[in-house]
Design a protein around this ligand. Structure first.
Ligand code: ADE
Length: 323
């Protein structure tokens, strides 16, 4: 399947995030009517909620070209090369922008503010600086961790936009559309769509992957049609539980409960589950926090009573005294 054609191309096709779409429509219409570039945009959300998709849509709706880069890999000179080659009103998208090195972030200040960059010419004591004018472009940054951006860098984004988890109803619409667009199309019953949607952790990317996995299951274990029963069976088979938690999520909570009596620091958890700290903070924890299974305290991460109950542990007595 062409990954790209499955993505919505316009704001109208983009499901949910109503307030965000309204905001973007206003900025896009205003910029177009003035014939100007959009103000720089920072999209903030947990992974898989559509930051990259929205950035492409913004370019499409502006009628602008789209160039992209990934934060951690960028050096000053890479950025300079990309910036000096942008077209007027281009959208320049940088993913994981919080992982861009500090001095590279700083080198972008004049580009963002005045559409110019300072480039070193030559080396050593004889080195000189020339200032190069740039096209009026729009920087669109995506981050899972707004707090890790330097303050002055963050403040240079005129529009900071937070995306929220999707409702099951919104995800169901996306699953329905995707089932028709996949080649060959997927036959899925309405209550099965809702079941997948409900267990997708509010995340479009998870829903999409889940539909593909369950389609495979239905093809091999049944007649290819995803009924409610087949959906249930497949999700059990793939060990995705009633709330959409997978094996990684459950291992994380079990480890916290069994090894650390329900309270642990980030480093200790990272070592215990063999994951890097970033993945834990950016991928595992946000949805567990949203579910109310985890709280972050100055004394460490704490598994809540609800987490104990969900995993079938007796609620610990000592915990109630902590809050
Ligand atoms: N693909 C990723 N996010 C989407 C959304 N919000 N609506 C439709 N398709 C999507």
């Amino acid at each position: 399947d062409s990954q790209y054609s499955l993505r919505p191309q316009t704001l109208d096709e983009f499901i949910g995030q109503g307030r965000v779409k309204k905001q973007l429509r206003i900025h896009i219409e205003a910029a177009k009517s003035r014939g100007q570039a959009l103000a720089h945009i920072l999209f903030v959300s947990p992974p898989g909620l559509g930051k990259t998709t929205l950035a492409r849509i913004v370019a499409n709706e502006m009628g602008s070209s789209f160039k992209s880069a990934v934060g951690p890999a960028m050096e000053r000179l890479d950025i300079a090369t990309l910036l000096t080659n942008l077209e007027e009103r281009a959208i320049f998208f940088i993913d994981e922008i919080h992982r861009m090195k500090g001095y590279v972030q700083e080198s972008m200040y004049p580009a963002m503010e005045d559409y110019k960059i300072d480039l070193p010419i030559g080396q050593g004591p004889a080195a000189d600086i020339i200032t190069v004018p740039l096209a009026h472009f729009t920087l669109v940054g995506a981050t899972t961790r707004e707090g890790l951006l330097g303050g002055p860098f963050r403040d240079r984004f005129g529009n900071r936009i937070h995306l929220d988890y999707y409702s099951p109803e919104e995800i169901q619409i996306a699953i329905n559309r995707l089932s028709e667009r996949l080649q060959p199309s997927v036959k899925i019953e309405e209550d099965a769509e809702y079941e997948l949607a409900r267990r997708s952790r509010g995340t479009m990317r998870i829903a999409e992957n889940m539909l593909r996995k369950v389609r495979d299951y239905a093809t091999v274990e049944s007649d290819g049609i995803i009924t409610y029963e087949i959906a249930q069976e497949a999700l059990d088979f793939f060990e995705i539980d009633e709330l959409g938690l997978d094996d990684n999520d459950r291992t994380y909570l079990r480890t916290m409960i069994e090894k650390f009596r329900g309270r642990a620091g980030l480093k200790a958890m990272a070592v215990a589950v063999s994951e890097d700290e970033r993945t834990i903070e950016e991928v595992y924890e946000p949805y567990l926090i949203k579910l109310g299974f985890l709280t972050l305290t100055p004394m460490g991460r704490v598994a809540t009573d609800a987490a104990y109950q969900h995993l079938g542990y007796p609620t610990p007595e000592y915990q109630s005294t902590l809050f």
